[in-house]
Ligand binder design. Sequence first.
Ligand code: NAP
Ligand code: MG
Length: 496
Amino acid sequence: MAKSYKNFIAGEWVAAEGGASYENRNPADHGDQIGTFAASGPGDVDRAIASALEGFRMWSRVPAPRRGEALKRAGDIMTEKKEELADGMTREMGKPLVETRGDVQEAIDTAYYAASEGRRLFSHTAPSELPDKAGFVLRRPAGVFGIVTPWNFPIAVPSWKIFPALLCGNAVVWKPAQDTPWSAVQFVEILVEAGVPPKAVQLVTGFGSEAGAPLVADERITGVSFTGSTEVGCRIAGVCGANGKRVSLEMGGKNAQLVMDDADLELALEGVLWGAFGTTGQRCTATSRLVLHDRIHDELVGLLVERASKLRLGDGRKKDTEVGPLVNEDAREKVETYVRIGQEEGATLRAGGRRPEGLDEGWFYEPTIFTGVTPSMRIAQEEIFGPVLSVLRVGSLDEGLEVVNGVRYGLSSSIYTRDVSRAFRAIDRIEAGITYVNGPTIGAEAHFPFGGVKDTGNGHREGGWPVYEFFTDMKTVYVDYSGRLQRAQIDTWSPQ
Ligand code: NAP
Ligand code: MG
């Protein structure tokens, strides 16, 4: 019998109302059932928010450095459990162990960053325009936040939201992706073990429409931090906008790697293999377009096709696996649809384009490369979220930058060149939240801002320090110690 996992509400592990549950399977092996998980509904979300409001009242009074100590312990526990977590995460969502270890490490880094932020939470002060008067700004806990996350970084992405939210003294109600509830249960167990008061953290697993929708629409929350598709994110933003709630959105991407004719081609090759096929292409920052200068196009495509065809597919828990499965059958069918679209649009299939032989027990798909892609094709415009790379050919830096920018998204980007002027022109002109020079589009570090422009985001950033702005309220304080009524803008100081 597969193990049955529950929600975490009001400090207890409890089944969903009415006992509703769903099963979750290993994407590399359909026969391997990970467990059954609570399929939560509005009633569960309602109780979770009520309890989080109580948790907020208590946790928000704990001094920030003390809150940071609990998050430091969470980082320590994750460090001890890194292998165990990585193994379970790979079993749950498929990417190879080397990547799930990195996923856990990112959460550890984020925990330690948050812990140290407990002794900063810096704010501003400025001189008053009046004599004997002081002005400064405090950062205050803001309330209860709804946290809605995707499955591709089952611990790292939640950590970017939950650790800063808690450090700032807020409570959270978390609806993780339906495909990665096991990882979410581990995360919450670690927080509680680390000493975060149980009511400050609530977990409601289940489906977006049944558990996510009532969470983001509840009037009692202060705001929502969301990572996922642009479609769902914009819908959530509509609900939050109508309710006057703040919302932070990290959404889709169609990231490009631009390779100029003066680039180190070996380096560019390693970069695109990792960027396009790491996590089976299921990263928001995945390289899904390769934009090649005409003069190196054929040589790089030749090398790339050869190397991509040799990537070892398999169960991510096996030592020599380089590429794992897609997360579920729907994701694989979406990839198949786009491969068909690419062929109908007239692009040339140079590698992959099919399910691999001998791996029928999982949702595998071969690393796929299209050449002859033009900027207006759907495979050059739409997020596929799988191991499909579209190669476009350009004749100059200007044309390359135009192609790179010619999509609705703006998350990550990359240029390979040895020419410093070209590199800086690209840094200046690429419309994206992240630009790499001589590195692939993936590989964010926890202490730098992370996020995108255009339809990728709504102006907020995670990672590093800006996320602490989102999760706090500012209070401006004026202290007048003159002993008389001083009127700003009216009583002016003049030299005697
Ligand atoms: P998704 O379908 O948008 O789902 C994201 C989360 O929203 C899941 O927990 C989902 O629940 C929930 N949800 C769905 N409908 C909802 C609703 N009406 N109300 C509230 N919540 C709802 O995205 P995904 O397929 O999990 O992830 C892939 C997408 O995420 C890609 O577009 C990728 O680019 C993006 N992504 C972006 C970043 C970034 O930082 N920019 C990072 C990672 C991923 P269910 O699981 O039940 O559907
Ligand atoms: Mg699954």
